[in-house]
Design a protein around this ligand. Structure first.
Ligand SMILES: NC(=O)C1=CN([C@@H]2O[C@H](COP(=O)(O)OP(=O)(O)OC[C@H]3O[C@@H](n4cnc5c(N)ncnc54)[C@H](OP(=O)(O)O)[C@@H]3O)[C@@H](O)[C@H]2O)[C@@H](O)CC1
Ligand SMILES: Nc1ncnc2c1ncn2[C@@H]1O[C@H](COP(=O)(O)OP(=O)(O)O)[C@@H](O)[C@H]1O
Length: 282
């Protein structure tokens, strides 16, 4: 049976903060990605993780020519390899703008070998689709893993066409979860979340304003930020997908035709939506 998610899932209440806290209680997220020409994708995910409340955020870049994000100097930038020596993060997300080079393959191998909760998106998914040994490593991970494919990435992972995925999205989400033994968020209008316990949900928030570059990077950052703050990974996926869509729905109140929402602006709208939702239920 499929659950329709029409409001912020109750699990989000766990994000409310007590008075006596410190940053170490809200997780340390490491983003792996950002090869030449696509460092923006990794920075978008990292900025989102920070602004949605994660305690600390590292960005391990494959193209390490930049060492600071001047708009968000709170982010700690380094070479991708340095994230693993020593590993200080508590949560990993990988693939945004990572490319499919030998270096990307090696970094993805480190991610899969780690025992941390892991979100894989974009090129990490393309690498997995192309390398059977990574598929084996993925299936054998003892810790939670979430794959967040858009329909074309899902098609690559299943060895089928985008049209076939779109024709029966629940079947595709189910097949992905079975094949890779992971939680799945199959993106696109009405994003489906299939968790390894067999629960399938369809998200009802969001609209065509999200059809712009980088919106998947912000979604990945939201989800891992929520997970780092204590939500179980599948819950973080359901809450995160809803918030991401809600951000775009709020955009329509000032931009009724839904044009021109940048991924950077989605971050602020999602942050507002989360804060207001948690405050309203106090
Ligand atoms: N600022 C940066 O640095 C950014 C960097 N980025 C990085 O770029 C890299 C390549 O990623 P990518 O997703 O652009 O390419 P790719 O996997 O070939 O897929 C594109 C094709 O998929 C399809 N498709 C997508 N959604 C669909 C849907 N809902 N429903 C149906 N089909 C859908 C659609 O196919 P079409 O319909 O055109 O046949 C579309 O043309 C990756 O590393 C990423 O992180 C980006 O994050 C952007 C910001
Ligand atoms: N028409 C739409 N309705 C609802 N959500 C959408 C729509 N178009 C795009 N999205 C959402 O925007 C995000 C796009 O992610 P993705 O395709 O990975 O983009 P990118 O790789 O550029 O970051 C996904 O979360 C997707 O569900």
């Amino acid at each position: 049976m499929m659950q329709e998610i029409e409001q912020l899932p109750k699990a989000a209440q766990q994000l409310r903060r007590k008075a006596d806290t410190h940053k170490g209680m809200f997780g340390s997220v490491a983003v792996l990605g950002g090869a030449g020409g696509m460092t923006g994708a990794a920075l978008l995910a990292a900025r989102t993780a920070l602004l949605l409340g994660a305690g600390k955020v590292w960005v391990g870049l494959l193209d390490a020519r930049i060492s600071v994000d001047f708009q968000y100097p709170e982010l700690m930038l380094c070479k991708a390899e340095q994230i693993f020596s020593p590993l200080q993060a508590t949560h990993l997300l990988a693939g945004m703008g990572m490319g499919t080079s030998a270096q990307a393959l090696q970094i993805l191998g480190h991610c899969l070998a780690s025992e941390l909760p892991l979100l894989l998106d974009a090129d990490a998914l393309n690498l997995i689709a192309a390398h059977p040994q990574l598929q084996q490593q993925l299936r054998q991970r003892p810790s939670p893993t979430l794959l967040t494919p858009h329909p074309s990435e899902a098609a690559r992972l299943l060895g089928t066409s985008t049209a076939a995925v779109q024709q029966d999205r629940p079947a595709a989400a189910h097949a992905l979860a079975e094949r890779y033994q992971c939680h799945i968020a199959l993106k696109g209008h009405g994003t489906l979340v299939m968790s390894t316990d067999g629960q399938l949900s369809r998200n009802c928030s969001g609209n065509a304003a999200l059809s712009s570059a980088g919106q998947g990077d912000t979604l990945a950052g939201i989800i891992m930020s929520l997970c780092a703050q204590g939500l179980e990974l599948a819950s973080a996926a359901r809450v995160g997908v809803f918030l991401h869509g809600q951000a775009a729905d709020h955009w329509l109140s000032t931009h009724p035709a839904g044009l021109g929402l940048s991924a950077s602006e989605t971050i602020y709208l999602a942050r507002n939506a989360l804060n207001h939702s948690l405050a309203q239920t106090e």
